[in-house]
Design a protein. Structure first.
Length: 378
């Protein structure tokens, strides 16, 4: 048996799962071909082999919150917790805080990538350039406009991708264009911007919407708002939290019919409780508990989720009446395209060997990151 040959599996294609043998070489997929009678390797026992999931919004996991512990060790713990649920690439997400704290978070992401922490693709900076009227769980006392001083910090990551969520009204189209030209991926979130302001941000190079519908100006008959601009635009990517609580299932279905499905990406917006039995923790001095699958503070304000990515895939299939290939694409190919990463999010020769093995109930049995397998679930 050779561990770099994966046999008796069904590779997920746009047409659905199809029998195939996959050969790995180092951290890459070397070959995907029809099965042959002489194949000897790791037996996938008829399970589905799919591209590993990519989560662009991961605040925590494994009992750790990135804001509470902006260190490379914390990022490793978070990644390990989400890997159990099929996530092989992620952006540790740091929410609104002082710029000095943000600098520590950026340094931690750089350190984690330099040390080879599995799955780290960069950092997601969610705030503090947000609108207090759409603050959600964010501490509005940390909010500020995006000025030249902040620009240098937002463009300081040495490795990987930087995603910045901002309220376009907290800056200018010119600043958004500067960020994009410096290699930063820009998304709108926690924004009360009107339709015209969002359109100007899109024209300046903004390409995403963070947790569509949540914490943004809604669609109304004479005021399309951020939601209306997002649903009309066919080129940007929209993050969806598919837990049935952040967005009503009917609204999710309407959204999926309004624009190209490949421009939606699943995100978890997960906090510390993912992978843990303990479902109460602290965020910036506030007690957060999991209630009905979502995280809330003492006032009932939603504070992220207790969602994992494989559950999001199952949920969007059920809610949106999607097949497995389309649902997995929302968790792999779409976020990879959003981040401009050509060698992940796909199961093709030459791509990174970031893979997930799913059983008949769509539970994760094994993952690979850069060709290195996880321990199979017991």
């Amino acid at each position: 048996m050779t561990a770099d040959l994966l046999i008796n599996g069904r590779v997920l294609t746009p047409r659905g799962p199809e029998p195939a043998t996959v050969r790995l070489a180092g951290d890459r997929i070397a070959e995907v071909r029809p099965p042959a009678s002489g194949d000897r390797g790791l037996d996938l026992e008829g399970d589905v082999l799919a591209p590993g999931f990519i989560d662009t919004q991961v605040n925590g996991g494994g009992g750790v919150l990135f804001n509470e512990a902006p260190t490379a060790a914390a990022i490793a713990t978070i990644g390990a917790a989400h890997r159990m649920f099929g996530t092989t690439g992620f952006l540790p997400t740091f929410i609104s805080d002082d710029l000095s704290a943000l600098a520590r978070a950026i340094a931690a992401a750089d350190e984690a990538m330099a040390a080879g922490v599995p799955g780290v693709l960069g950092i997601h900076i969610e705030g503090p350039f947000l609108n207090a009227s759409r603050k959600g769980i964010h501490d509005a006392s940390k909010f500020r406009t995006l000025d030249d001083a902040a620009f240098g910090l937002l463009t300081s990551l040495k490795r990987g991708r930087t995603l910045v969520t901002l309220a376009p009204e907290a800056t200018t189209p010119q600043m958004i264009r500067r960020l994009v030209e410096a290699g930063v991926v820009v998304a709108a979130g926690h924004t009360n911007a009107d339709y015209e302001t969002i359109r100007a941000a899109l024209a300046a190079g903004m390409t995403g919407f963070t947790h569509l519908f949540n914490a943004m100006s809604p669609l109304a008959s004479r005021e399309p708002g951020a939601v209306g601009a997002a649903l009309e635009d066919q080129d940007s990517w929209c993050g969806l939290i598919a837990d049935g609580r952040h967005v009503h299932p009917a609204v999710l279905r309407i959204a999926l019919r309004a624009r190209r499905p490949e421009r939606y990406m699943l995100v978890t917006d997960a906090l510390a409780a993912v992978g843990m039995a303990e479902k109460t923790f602290t965020l910036q001095g506030r007690t957060i508990r999991v209630e009905g699958g979502v995280c809330v503070d003492e006032n009932g304000t939603i504070a992220g989720s207790d969602l994992d990515m494989v559950s999001a895939v199952r949920n969007i299939m059920a809610i949106g009446e999607l097949d497995l290939a389309d649902a997995v694409a929302m968790a792999s190919a779409a976020p990879a395209a959003f981040l401009g990463l050509a060698d992940v999010g796909t199961l093709a020769p030459g791509a990174r060997a970031d893979l997930v093995q799913l059983d008949g109930d769509l539970q994760v049995r094994r993952t690979w990151i850069g060709g290195q397998p996880s321990t199979p679930a017991s």
